[in-house]
Ligand binder design. Structure first.
Ligand code: NDP
Length: 459
């Protein structure tokens, strides 16, 4: 295993404390001998000892055992610097450039990430340097393109990890195994047999004190731009010749390039909503606009839905609905493939023929196949039977899986530069329609279901 130094830029921030360090903790619980050194840089005036203490607590939270925590603590260093200062950043990188692999992880606000990348432009960067970039990558297609250009001048693309922590490697590979290792599913995986697809990430969680980030992003950018379009790409891409970085990312990019808004009409193809005061499982939730740190002038949505079409031979005509909402009555994180009706249902069967569906739940990873069968009581009456299996219980949290891939220098799970730009192309059109008020904001009480007129026939 390659000796890797992880340099966290923004080491005193929320992402580092809540997700990155516990993620590494869970990785080190599984692989205690992994050779990784963790180093922090941030403008917070901390000593190495203080950073080591914070890091130790967060690693232990992730499951890392005490003697491994002690080892990692003993090897750490902390640099209280402004990461946008080329001289200061250059000195830190030079000091760490003797590692076999050096990963600079940008756990910084997006505008600071861009400035830190610019600060690297005139530095003599070592061959071992990899860059891990957090979401959102840019704030629209033009800025993502601009950031890609800067990053391309720093290191080759196979050393850039645009992080998508949403689907860990196991979930992505589970979907690919279902799709590409089953003759039966392969045969029906097209517009010929599939009527619609829904990819939803509906959660009961409300804002949870994250206004500083969320009120600027909103549901569309937070979930659809960065994550759900990536899931869609895995669900709809052409079968790759092998499961490798290049083949999988080529196939995902091709399908994203073919994706357009349903009817080429951003207003008709999208919905936006915002929760008002309500109750979720007995817990009172305030109106979003009354949450701490929320600015009503930003007009941020807490639920977004976009319907797209992959305009190619395999998928033209199939509506693909992507939705994510906060503070809903029910948590639903799934991909639902709804099959078309049989061409002819023989006369004699009683009742309607229910839709057959394949439901892939994301976290926990479970698959259900809903098939039409006849009932035990009346052989001519139809009902649905459900075949269900656990796909896998992920050993690591999604961040643990993402970090394992980054530390190993693998990029299959990360978003390639062109794919990041394509995702913004799709959501930019929706955001423009929303800004022009072409789509009304739907109020929904916290704890309520998705409005029935939002989702087409999917339960
Ligand atoms: P925070 O603001 O909590 O952390 C950023 C850290 O960087 C802070 O400690 C900040 O210091 C420091 N910093 C800012 N500017 C500089 C600078 N010029 N030089 C050195 N240090 C600096 O942000 P988050 O951790 O929440 O987010 C980081 C990234 O991760 C963002 O891109 C976000 O979109 C992404 N992300 C965050 C998630 C989360 O749950 N937090 C989830 C998914 C992605 P100071 O406090 O003084 O400003």
């Amino acid at each position: 295993m390659t000796d890797t130094t992880l340099l966290i830029l923004g080491a005193s921030g929320d992402l580092t404390r809540r997700l990155l360090l516990p993620g590494i903790g869970s990785l080190l619980e599984r692989e205690p001998h992994r050779p990784v050194r963790i180093v922090g840089a941030d403008r917070a005036e901390l000593s190495t000892q203080e950073f080591a203490d914070r890091m130790g607590t967060a690693l232990a939270e992730g499951g890392c055992v005490a003697d491994v925590v002690d080892r990692v603590r003993a090897q750490t260093s902390y640099y209280p610097i402004d990461v946008t200062d080329p001289e200061a950043l250059g000195a830190v990188i030079a000091e760490l450039s003797g590692s076999e692999r050096l990963v600079a992880y940008f756990a910084l606000p997006p505008s600071v990430t861009e400035r830190a990348c610019r600060a690297m432009l005139n530095l003599d960067l070592p061959e071992c340097l990899h860059l891990a970039m957090e979401k959102p990558f840019g704030h629209d297609q033009a800025s993502a393109r601009e950031l890609n250009k800067i990053v391309a001048r720093l290191v080759p693309d196979e050393r850039v990890h645009r992080v998508d922590h949403f689907l860990g490697k196991s979930s992505v590979v589970d979907i690919m195994a279902l799709r590409f290792a089953n003759r039966m599913l392969q045969a029906v995986w097209s517009a010929e047999h599939i009527e619609s697809i829904e990819i939803a990430y509906d959660e009961q969680l409300a804002l949870e004190n994250r206004a500083g980030y969320y009120d600027h992003a909103g549901a569309l950018v937070d979930m659809i731009q960065s994550h759900l379009l990536q899931v869609m790409a895995v669900v709809t891409m052409e079968p790759p010749a092998e499961i490798s970085d290049r083949e999988v990312r080529d196939a995902k990019s091709a399908v994203l390039r073919a994706t357009r808004l349903w009817g080429d009409d951003p207003a008709a193809a999208s919905h936006r909503g915002r929760y008002t005061a309500g109750t979720i499982s007995g817990r009172s939730v305030p109106d979003y606009l009354d949450e701490d740190g929320v600015d009503a002038n930003r007009d941020t949505e807490t639920m977004a839905q976009v319907t797209v079409e992959v305009a190619n031979q395999r998928w033209a005509g199939v509506p693909i609905t992507l939705r994510s909402g906060k503070a809903l009555g029910e948590t639903r994180k799934h991909v639902v493939i709804t099959f078309a009706d049989v061409r002819h249902l023989p006369a004699g069967f009683a009742g309607a023929d229910p839709k057959d569906r394949l439901i892939i739940s994301l976290s926990p990873d479970v698959m259900e196949l809903h098939l039409t069968t006849n009932t035990a009581a009346d052989p001519l009456a139809l009902e649905q039977s459900v075949l269900r299996t656990d796909l896998r219980h992920a050993e690591l949290e999604a961040y643990g899986e993402v970090l394992a891939a980054i530390l190993d220098g693998e990029v299959m799970l990360s978003v390639r530069g062109d794919a990041a730009e394509e995702c913004w192309r799709i959501t930019d059109e929706v955001l423009a329609a929303w800004r022009s008020k072409a789509v009304p904001m739907t109020d929904y009480p916290a704890g309520s279901p998705v409005p029935t007129d939002w989702h087409p026939a999917l339960g």
